[in-house]
Each structure stands twice: as structure tokens, then as C-alpha cells.
Design a protein around this ligand. Structure first.
Ligand code: SAH
Ligand code: SF4
Ligand code: F3S
Length: 466
């Protein structure tokens, strides 16, 4: 940064993040890329010098939300102009990638539209828009390239995260082409970061106080990054190496595809205590005909076998999943097969959605779309079953001793909040000096979705992890 850059007052950057955890990670990387230009994050759009909407295209509702938010932003942009200022409005993320120019047409106040693989070019793009403004014109820019250079080689190093748990993107994009899904089009082809770059970022995070890593990828267990030995490493091997880093006590990964859960990864669940016994493994449907129409490339029985193998490797593992109801052509009997699978597995939690036809995906063209009222009824039935399973899982935690990573102060004075291995919030009483520690806690109570407990033994002084 130049001396001038340091002296000038900070420019205000507001980023709103929609969608999945990878967008959360990407928003932080965009903030990192803009920091050298003097931008500092703020938590409201009013008065901001730059607003970025980091968008999600996965379902219609998510995508349409962007346009209503842009409508509201118009007033904020005009107010800034009335004061003689200027607000640059940018749309990033998966809607930007999918709709490109269309966004400029629908929302005249948008200045920049750019997709997920271009974030390292952000300073350059902003300079272009600024130059046009300086010349009393207005440049409106669209960049939905999938550049040959790797964004991660050109983005600044991730700043040390705030807090004790952090996301780390290891893999991006998807080659699976499930017939309902936009991700292969919005994120592009599947690509893995090299092992050395992942380990370096993890070490920086650990040095900044991070104890728990969540490895991110649209299809994270398809990870096949180049190792320091010149060979391709799978996710299991990567997890073993990450577990060796001083300070890293817990590792999670999301989102996994059942097809890519290989023997090496299952073995890592058996051998690596730091690998959380909690896995999000979307199955979408319990009907073999629907699974095939979705192009998931496995059967319900394959999924059940996988669950058995995971439980054999790590008996305390709990599973969560994603479901779609009302995929085109889904019959009552096929929906019942989904309920049967849920019954057979017993999930600790799940996300479930009504099928939403997405432009450009094969399933959107199917004639046999399921009526809305049928989807509503199926969703309610499925959610009732899943909620009962989640409640039973949480209820079964009461009376157990669980290792809790203490994350932050609670709402009440003297209270701390942490997370169990199963991502359940756990409330205990204790001093803030315990933040960042993993304490065995006896769970005494469940209220709503939160657990309440107390350290099972007085916390020992922290061993130095440095
Ligand atoms: N890579 C993950 C899914 C990422 S998208 C996987 O393969 O499972 C997150 C979830 O959104 C999906 O698991 C699916 O349940 C849901 N989803 C994706 N496209 C959808 C659509 N068109 N309509 C409804 N739900 C959808
Ligand atoms: Fe979408 Fe996941 Fe299927 Fe890829 S594997 S196409 S991200 S649902
Ligand atoms: Fe949404 Fe894109 Fe993530 S479509 S779910 S933000 S990959």
C-alpha cells in the first residue's frame, strides 16, 4: 500500500452474502482484494462507497431476492449522489455468472457484474469503472469469464480470520451435472487447489487462533489436489496432513457427494480424531428412479451401504442431508421411498427444498412438473419427520459429555457459547479466557435447538500449542 493510500480516509465497503458457505468465504476474499485500495468493511449499505451483492442462483427465490434488494439499494445510491458522493454497485456470485448482461438491463443502477472465478481481477475492474467516471462518462462492466489463470494464485493471502472457526475453500466447481442443478454452470469445471497452498492457508489461520477448519468445495470430496510429492492427494490424505498442524483441533468438510466418498476418506474418519464425527451427505431422494432422473449416479441401497461403512469406521458419526421434493415426475410412491430412506438412516438434521426449475438445466424442460400444492404437502410431511429426528438426536445429547469448542461470549454476562462436534450450540458459564479451548462438557438441558451444560472437570491450564 502506498503512503497516500494509508493517509486517505477509508472507503466504505458493504458486502451482502447470499447462498452457501463458499459465498461467505468468497466475500471475505473480495474484501481482502479491495483492502489495499483503501476499502474497509461496514455493515450497512447506507453511505457506502461500494456495495457488492454476492448472490446465489440455486433456487428461483434466492435469485429473485437480488432484484428486490437492488430495488431498495437505488434509494441509497441516489442519497449518496445527492450528497455529491458516489456509490459503486456490483453484483457478484452465481446470479452474476448465470445472468450477466441481463442484470444490467433489469437494474440500470448496477455498475459491475462479475462471476465467481474473476474475484482476483476486482481491483483492475474497479479501476476501469473509476477511469470512465473520471472522464465524465459511465462504464458498466460485465466479467463472466472462466479465466485460464487460477484465482487463488492471484488473490491476496487470506487475512487471519476473526474467531476460532474458519472456512477454507479447497475445491471449487462441479462436473456432476445433476439434472436439477445450476452449480456446474455458475461455478464452472471442478478444480482443486494444490496441497501446499491449502496447508499454507491453514497454518496462517491456526497462527491467528483458528482451532476448527471447515474445508469447502461444491463437491469437496472430489478433491484431488497436487501434493508436494507430485502426486494427486485425495481429501482423506489432505485431512490427515491438516490434522498435524499445531492448533488445528477440528476439521469438517462440506459438501460431499455420495459417489466420491472413497475408502481413503472413510479410513480417515476411522483414524483421525480431529475429523469431526459429523457429515453432511446429501442424498436428495430415496427413489431409485428419481435418483437416476436426477443423474445422481447411485441408488438408495448404495447410500445406505455407505452410511453403514461410515458408522463402522466411526461409530459416533452423525449424518445430515439435503432433500428435494417434487422433482419432475415424482409420484406418491417415489416420495414415500424418500420417507423410508429417512426412517432407515436417522438423520441429525437436514435441509429440504421444493424442486425449483432452473433455466438451462435439463429437469426444467420436463413436462411432468409436480403441482405446487402437492410439493407443499410432501415438504411438510418430510420436514415433520426430519424435525422429529433432529429433536431426538439433540435430546439424546442430554446426559452425555461432549467436547465443546468455546467460540464467543453468550448473550448473558458470564455465559459462553461453543459448538459440539455436531455443530450444536452449547451454553456454559465461564470466563472469556476459555474462548478457543475445547472443553469436555456435561450436557444438562436442551432448550429449542441449544444445549446447556458445564465443564465436566475444572479446565486445566492451556497447553502451549505454539
Ligand atoms: N453439491 C451438493 C449440493 C449443492 S446445492 C450436492 O451434490 O449434494 C445445495 C442443495 O440445494 C442441494 O443438495 C439440493 O438439495 C438443493 N438444490 C439444488 N438445486 C435445486 C433446485 N433446482 N431446486 C430445489 N433444490 C435444489
Ligand atoms: Fe449440483 Fe451438487 Fe449435483 Fe454438482 S453434485 S450438480 S453441485 S447437486
Ligand atoms: Fe448458490 Fe452458487 Fe453456492 S448457486 S449455493 S452461491 S455455489
Amino acid at each position: 500500500m502506498t503512503r497516500d493510500g494509508e493517509r486517505s480516509p477509508k472507503k466504505r465497503l458493504f458486502i451482502k452474502t447470499y447462498g452457501c458457505q463458499m459465498n461467505v468465504y468468497d466475500s471475505e476474499r473480495m474484501a481482502d482484494a479491495l483492502a489495499p485500495l483503501g476499502f474497509a468493511p461496514v455493515d450497512a449499505a447506507d453511505g457506502a462507497d461500494m456495495v457488492i451483492l454476492n448472490t446465489c442462483h440455486i433456487r428461483e427465490k434466492a435469485a429473485e431476492k437480488v432484484y428486490s434488494d437492488l430495488g431498495r439499494l437505488r434509494a441509497a445510491k441516489q442519497a449518496k449522489q445527492a450528497e455529491g458522493g458516489r456509490m459503486v454497485v456490483a453484483v457478484a456470485g452465481c446470479v452474476a455468472q448465470a445472468e450477466g448482461e441481463e442484470i444490467l438491463r433489469r437494474a440500470p443502477m448496477v455498475d459491475m457484474v462479475f462471476g465467481p472465478q474473476t474475484y482476483h481481477r476486482l481491483p483492475e475492474m474497479l479501476a476501469k469503472v473509476d477511469r470512465a467516471e473520471g472522464a465524465a462518462g459511465r462504464a458498466r462492466l460485465v466479467d463472466t469469464d472462466f479465466p485460464v489463470e487460477d484465482k487463488f494464485d492471484h488473490l491476496p493471502e487470506a487475512r487471519s480470520a476473526q474467531g476460532v472457526a474458519a472456512f477454507l475453500t479447497v475445491q471449487e466447481g462441479c462436473d456432476k451435472f445433476c439434472t436439477f442443478c445450476v452449480v456446474p454452470y455458475t461455478r464452472g469445471a471442478e478444480a482443486s487447489r494444490p496441497v501446499a497452498s491449502v496447508l499454507a492457508e491453514a497454518r496462517r489461520l491456526a497462527a491467528g487462533g483458528v482451532r476448527e477448519l471447515t474445508l469447502l468445495g461444491q463437491n469437496v470430496n472430489a478433491y484431488h489436489g497436487e501434493g508436494p510429492d507430485g502426486r494427486e492427494w485425495g481429501l482423506g490424505r489432505l485431512a490427515r496432513a491438516l490434522a498435524e498442524i499445531d492448533g488445528i483441533a477440528r476439521i469438517r468438510y462440506t459438501t460431499s457427494h455420495p459417489r466420491d466418498l472413497d475408502d481413503e476418506l472413510i479410513a480417515a474418519h476411522r483414524d483421525v480424531p480431529a475429523l469431526a464425527p459429523y457429515l453432511h451427505l446429501p442424498v436428495q431422494s430415496g427413489s431409485d428412479r428419481i435418483l437416476e432422473a436426477m443423474n445422481r449416479k447411485h441408488t438408495a441401497a448404495d447410500y445406505l451401504r455407505l452410511v453403514d461403512r461410515l458408522r463402522a469406521a466411526r461409530p459416533d458419526i452423525a449424518l445430515t442431508s439435503d432433500f428435494i421434493v417434487g422433482f419432475p415426475g415424482e409420484t406418491d410412491a417415489e416420495f414415500a421411498a424418500t420417507l423410508k430412506l429417512v426412517d432407515a438412516v436417522g438423520f441429525a438434521g437436514a435441509f429440504s427444498f421444493k424442486y425449483s426449475p432452473r433455466p438451462g438445466t435439463p429437469a426444467a424442460l420436463a413436462e411432468a412438473q409436480v403441482p405446487e400444492d402437492v410439493m407443499d404437502a410432501r415438504l411438510a410431511g418430510l420436514q415433520q419427520l426430519l424435525a422429529a429426528q433432529q429433536e431426538a438426536f439433540n435430546r439424546a445429547s442430554v446426559g452425555r459429555v461432549l467436547p465443546v469448542l468455546i467460540e464467543k461470549p453468550g448473550r448473558k454476562p458470564g455465559q459462553l457459547v461453543g459448538r459440539s462436534p455436531y455443530l450444536q450450540p452449547v451454553h456454559i458459564d465461564g470466563p472469556e479466557s476459555l474462548i478457543g479451548r475445547i472443553l469436555d462438557c456435561r450436557i444438562d438441558d436442551l432448550r429449542a435447538h441449544s444445549l446447556f451444560g458445564a465443564p465436566a472437570a475444572p479446565p486445566e491450564p492451556e497447553r502451549s500449542v505454539a
